[in-house]
Write a protein that binds this ligand. Structure first.
Ligand code: NAP
Ligand code: GDD
Length: 371
């Protein structure tokens, strides 16, 4: 008999990668997706829909009756709770909603497990955002680990911390196998478009094709010398065309540091946590940190632009009321106990995201031109 895993947030970034991994390992995956008025939003899992071991089920994690029904119907061996209002900036504008989904959701699962299926193992998607302002320091290195105190800086982080503590309470009080992955930022070609990394690479993908088109227009009927003179004044110097015909990239704080890994590596850590003999919480990170500015530099380099500044506008709209300035995870525990380590480097991550968005923009352009 296949093991059965429920994956909430299955059509999100992590849900899609985790489902692939579990299917490869021979699981039956019950993927939960909340109701939507359109079929859009299944792009990340389209390739799984015909897999006989994958079942897509409509469910909202804030509905306790609905969650309870899932246990009666599927009796899962493992539950991975990835569903959340996951955008930190949005949580300042929708704090109550964020709490409802990010706290009530996991409580519904913990209660159902306690009452209906106490042997089910539970994974909760906790976050490095819970550390907020806080870090420890050794020499010049500032870092966070499992025992670093949490000082959350957003409604999102407060809600995630409440869920994190609930998991601990259910584990200690009722002996459930329930644990949390304290995951640092992880991105991918499937990252949501309003997170900073994907916002940058999506813009670059579209800009790349626009720039190529401008380059070829400028080149037509001109000598090479004329071309070189023109492109340097139009694109790199005065930059008028960038302003007038292609909107600049609007961003907020470029100085925040994040420990960015690839989501494919991180879902493997989630799986490993539920295969242990005892439930424990783990920090999952690359242990390297880069600023948003570093990410920009690396991403623009991919299309041969050394200085991103002429293309970027700092827009206060994207600043947060409270910021998390520094994240760098110490993964000693995960490396030792889970045998986990990330395989994809920061540079590979950026390269994969930029290349994927260049391809995606090319396809969109072709589709448009064939209409
Ligand atoms: P994501 O792409 O935003 O996916 C979140 C998923 O949750 C989406 O599929 C969303 O559905 C679903 N969802 C939201 N509210 C729901 C509800 N009430 N009922 C059912 N489903 C609901 O997020 P992600 O990057 O994959 O992250 C997965 C989890 O890890 C989240 O809990 C996030 O907070 C946490 N986390 C992420 C990171 C990171 O860097 N990626 C780091 C630490 C922790 P719709 O598509 O309909 O909105
Ligand atoms: N989203 C966004 N948009 N962020 C921007 C922008 C912008 O235009 N400009 C600058 N930033 C800065 C943010 O202020 C933040 O310091 C940093 O870029 C990263 O922002 P996000 O990509 O939105 O990610 P996050 O770190 O706030 O949250 C992500 O990681 C958490 C783990 O630490 C999310 O995936 C959370 O769900 C996750 O828990």
């Amino acid at each position: 008999m296949n093991k059965v895993a429920i994956v909430t947030g299955v059509n999100g970034q992590d849900g899609s990668y985790l489902s692939e991994l579990l299917l490869e390992k021979g699981y039956t995956v019950v993927g939960l997706r909340r109701r939507s008025s359109s079929e859009k939003g299944l792009e990340r899992i389209e390739h799984l829909l015909n897999n006989k071991n994958f079942k897509l089920v409509e469910a909202d994690i804030t509905d306790s009756g609905c969650v309870n029904g899932l246990f009666q119907e599927f009796m899962p061996d493992e539950v991975y709770n990835l569903a959340a209002q996951s955008h930190v900036g949005t949580s300042f504008k929708q704090p109550s909603y964020t709490c409802q989904v990010n706290i009530q959701g996991p409580i519904n699962f913990l209660e159902s497990i306690r009452l209906v299926s106490p042997s089910t193992k539970f994974y909760q998607a906790s976050t490095s955002e819970m550390f907020g302002k806080n870090y420890e320091q050794m020499g010049n290195t500032k870092y966070q680990r499992e025992t670093t105190a949490f000082v959350p800086q957003s409604p999102y982080a407060v809600a995630k911390l409440a869920a994190h503590e609930m998991v601990r309470i259910y584990r200690d009080s009722y002996g459930l196998f329930a644990c949390c992955g304290i995951l640092f930022n992880h991105e991918s070609e499937r990252r949501g478009e309003n997170f900073v990394t994907r916002k940058i690479t999506k813009w670059i993908g579209e800009f790349y094709h626009w720039k190529n088109q401008i380059d070829s227009q400028l080149h037509d009927n001109e000598t090479d010398n004329d071309y070189i003179l023109k492109i340097s004044s139009e694109l790199l110097g005065g930059d008028n065309r960038v302003t007038e015909k292609f909107p600049k990239l609007r961003l907020g704080n470029l100085n925040a540091h994040r420990d960015w890994g690839h989501a494919q590596d991180y879902v493997d850590a989630m799986y490993r946590m539920l295969q242990q003999n005892t439930p424990e919480d783990y920090v999952i990170a690359t242990s390297e940190t880069y600023s948003v500015r570093d990410f920009l530099t690396e991403a623009f380099n991919e299309i041969g632009i050394k200085n991103f500044e002429p293309y970027v506008v700092i827009d206060p709209e994207f600043y947060r009321p409270c910021e998390v300035d520094w994240l760098l995870g110490n993964t000693t525990k995960a490396r030792k106990q889970l045998g986990w380590r990330p395989k994809i480097t920061f540079q590979e991550l950026v390269q994969r995201m930029v290349r994927s968005d260049i391809d995606a923009a090319r396809k969109t352009k072709l589709e448009r031109s064939s209409i």
